[in-house]
Design a protein around this ligand. Structure first.
Ligand SMILES: Cc1ncc(COP(=O)(O)O)c(C=O)c1O
Length: 403
């Protein structure tokens, strides 16, 4: 059997396409943020991570254009060698200061940040303790570490009892990294940073948060989950992406200067990959400036999500309680999920459909997410379509609340 035969045999996506339900790789032809153009018509975007709506903000656009004019389109090299421009250093300094940490290091994507930080910090014989629902970039870091002799211990999603049971059995003196999404990317629930911090301190572990979905949304001024819990100084490391609130692409990690210096000289994801482009870095600097000048944006995104969350719960949909920009609507079945997705799309609303195996059976869902720039009439329209969906395919029982 040839290696590539499995590709020919893979027909699940073709089957779904032939049934007319395929919700993936849909092209956006123009974007104004909360409204995009798809297949020649305006569609309300309720599936983006553009949480503050800054990808089209005039200050951010202008900064990106000016950077291209000054530096060209690419740095054509890694940060380590020819790929550092003054904008990289400027953004690192600004992010470290904003996050209240000694130093910052940029990576070219959020994915590389997770993969690159974890696989560099944890050595053979040491331990990674990782929430089972952590993002794929963290899992990539774990897998790379495991291949180098690191012990990977996965604990039940947000079960502090399970984490404590497992970590308490490890040698106290051994190096340990507890890593978790701050806000989990699929269901939007928030990590128990207070308990994680207590366990880290008790068992001699370092704590790393991935604040991809909480930067700009939670915490004082949008500083993320550690700040939300008043634990900015306690959490050792925070990593994040530019691809959500910061309206760009790239990633960063902040922490103590000695740790960042170590990563800077040891992380292969940094050293062997070209640096974020000038326009991406300039856009992220400008987006950070907008966030700092307009802290009310973070309240707007949370309020918009809250309006939808309450509205959908009122309609009887299975929507967990929460405070992030992500509002998952659990449909519980592949076919119903596609039907609901199609009804939304046909009515001019775009959301993300997650089916098995991406979600556990019974948890197939529509991941909806909101922007500070959604207006009431957008949100009302979304609720109106969901009401029609409820009438057609029914709604389930609300699950137990998640914080
Ligand atoms: C929690 C989390 N970490 C990391 C990433 C990766 O970020 P990027 O898309 O910038 O590579 C994502 C992206 O969805 C994410 O949700």
């Amino acid at each position: 059997m040839s290696l590539l035969n499995k590709c020919t045999a893979y027909t699940r996506a073709d089957r779904v396409k032939s049934e007319g339900f395929y919700p993936y790789f849909r092209a956006v032809e123009e974007s104004e943020g909360p409204v995009v153009r798809m297949e020649g018509r305006d569609v309300i975007m309720a599936g983006s991570n553009n949480y503050l709506g800054l990808t089209t903000h005039p200050h951010v656009r202008e900064a990106a254009i000016k950077a291209i004019e000054k530096y060209g389109t690419s740095c054509s090299g890694s940060r380590f060698l020819t790929g550092t421009i003054d904008l990289h250093n400027e953004l690192e300094a600004k992010l470290a200061q904003f996050m209240g940490k000694e130093a910052c290091l940029l990576f070219s994507t959020g994915y590389q940040t997770g993969q690159g930080v974890i696989s560099t910090l944890v050595d053979r014989g040491e331990y990674i303790l990782s929430d089972k629902d952590n993002h794929a970039s963290i899992v990539a870091g774990q897998l790379m570490s495991a291949s180098m002799g690191v012990n990977v211990v996965r604990f039940k999603h947000k079960s502090m009892a399970d984490l404590e049971k497992r970590i308490s059995k490890l040698p106290l003196e051994a190096g340990k990294l507890i890593v978790t999404d701050g806000v989990f990317s699929t269901f939007g629930d928030i990590a128990q940073v207070d308990e994680l911090n207590r366990i880290a301190k008790t068992y001699n572990a370092s704590l790393l948060l991935d604040d991809a979905h909480s930067f700009g949304v939670l915490g004082e001024g949008g500083r993320g989950t550690a700040s939300e819990f008043g634990l900015n100084d306690d959490v050792d490391l925070v990593m994040c992406t530019f691809s959500k609130t910061l309206a760009s692409i790239g990633g960063f990690v902040v922490g103590k200067e000695r740790v960042i210096n170590y990563l800077k000289h040891k992380s292969s994801a940094l050293i062997f990959s070209a640096s974020p482009t000038p326009s991406c870095v300039a856009a992220a600097i400008a987006a950070l400036e907008v966030l700092q000048a307009h802290p009310e944006l973070k309240d707007q995104v949370v309020n918009n999500a809250a309006k939808i969350r309450q509205g959908l719960q009122g309609l009887g949909f299975q929507v967990p309680d929460g405070r992030s920009a992500i509002v998952p609507v659990i449909i519980g079945d592949d076919e119903d999920t596609f039907t609901a997705w199609t009804m939304l799309y046909d009515a001019g609303v775009f959301v993300n459909a997650f089916i098995s195996p991406a979600t556990p059976p019974g948890k197939q869902m529509l991941r909806t997410s909101y922007m500070a720039t959604h207006e009431d009439h957008h949100l009302d329209k979304i609720l109106e379509v969901f009401e029609a969906i409820g009438k057609r395919i029914g709604v389930g029982q609300r699950p137990a609340a998640q914080s």
